[in-house]
Write a protein that binds this ligand. Structure first.
Ligand SMILES: Cc1cc2nc3c(=O)[nH]c(=O)nc-3n(C[C@H](O)[C@H](O)[C@H](O)COP(=O)(O)OP(=O)(O)OC[C@H]3O[C@@H](n4cnc5c(N)ncnc54)[C@H](O)[C@@H]3O)c2cc1C
Length: 323
């Protein structure tokens, strides 16, 4: 049963920051993840701070220089339907279109998608697991078919968002605002591995919120996309996915950013593979080398070994389509 909590709906960001005054104060955007967590007792709330009236956090704009700015309260559906995003920032458009179901995309916001809690059934269930401050990750020796093959350790969750890997492939920055003022950091640096802290997913400080993201204009010749593999075609979280942004110049790869979803506790950037690709002409031999390099260091658990060939195949498929 849901415990009693206070509910406030501030009219400005500065008022919202004043209301986020303790660990029991929780941010409510679309509520599609928050309310499930509260109902399932994953965590509690003394106060819910709704962002609904904060128009300053809404909107999607493309600046004259081509920079894309998205407010934290933009819905996933708005991002998926935005014509300029579809043409110029395809990875984000495709990722947003593949998030959950139409109802969830209409209600869920970008800020909530980036900050949603992990979907591990032990974390969501009645287990005092490492992520909840307990002493053990139950998935390590348990049901781990959807868990990570990279970056695990004290906790083997996978990061659940589709938009985050796409935005990282596009080199996005996240705008944060908190009691100490605003700050901007690469979205890649927003996420935290279990080895840094297994009880939180992001670097958000107490009382801080996501205000929006900024995506730089793409380099000339950049192509981007997001390929997601899921158990059900209608809606599901990624078993594995690959966001890419690759720039070709004079037949060679001038720049490459590749980010996996569904296989690590954070969006998993394949920097070694990117390095291998840059400066080369894309051919079948190079694609095989890239796919082989992508799975180096994978540490599958008892029931998720299938993710290793899945990642290998994703690299082959996505780079192969660019030939
Ligand atoms: C059945 C189901 C299937 C789903 N499938 C997918 C999927 O395939 N791919 C995918 O990417 N996602 C999926 N999701 C997750 C869904 O996309 C998220 O629930 C949604 O994007 C969260 O947005 P929201 O606005 O509803 O967030 P809320 O539920 O309001 O918030 C989520 C969390 O983020 C925090 N938060 C919200 N906004 C901010 C902010 N601006 N700053 C700081 N913290 C904030 C909240 O406090 C809360 O902890 C699924 C969810 C469900 C329920």
């Amino acid at each position: 049963m849901l415990r009693t909590f206070a509910y406030v709906r501030p009219g400005s960001v500065s008022e919202a920051l004043k209301q986020l005054d303790g660990p029991g104060s929780r941010i409510h955007a679309g509520g599609t993840d928050l309310l499930g967590c509260l109902r399932d007792g994953v965590f509690e709330a003394q106060k819910i701070v709704s962002l609904a009236k904060l128009d300053e956090l809404r909107g999607i704009t493309v600046a004259p220089d081509g920079e894309l700015r998205i407010g934290a309260l933009a819905t996933i559906a708005e991002i998926a339907a935005h014509p300029a995003i579809a043409v110029t920032f395809s990875a984000l458009s495709q990722a947003a279109s593949l998030v959950a179901s139409p109802q969830l995309r209409n209600q869920g916001t970008l800020g909530g998608n980036l900050c949603q809690r992990p979907r591990c059934w032990y974390f969501r269930g009645d287990y005092a697991c490492t992520r909840k401050g307990g002493g053990m990750c139950y998935a390590v020796g348990g049901e781990n078919q959807y868990h990570c093959i990279f970056g695990g350790g004290a906790c083997v969750i996978v990061h659940p968002s589709d938009t985050a890997p796409a935005l990282i492939a596009l080199d996005a920055k996240v705008r944060l605002i908190g009691p100490k003022g605003p700050r901007v950091l690469p979205l890649e640096k927003f996420y935290v591995l279990p080895e840094q802290d297994a009880t939180r997913e992001t670097v958000l400080e107490p009382g801080e919120l996501v205000a929006g993201v900024v995506v730089p204009p793409p380099a000339q010749g950049q192509r981007s996309g997001y390929r997601k593999v899921r158990a059900r075609g209608s809606w599901d979280f990624a078993m594995a996915g690959l966001a890419h942004a690759v720039t070709l110049k004079a037949g060679k790869i001038a720049d490459a950013r590749l980010v996996l979803s569904g296989v690590a506790p954070i969006p998993w950037r394949l920097q070694a593979v990117e390095k291998l690709l840059v400066g080369q002409k894309l051919d079948a031999k190079l694609i095989t080398r890239a796919a082989d390099a992508a799975i180096i260091g994978a540490k599958p658990l008892e029931h998720n070994g299938y993710k290793v060939p899945l990642v290998h195949g994703l690299i082959e498929e996505v780079l192969g389509a660019a030939l």
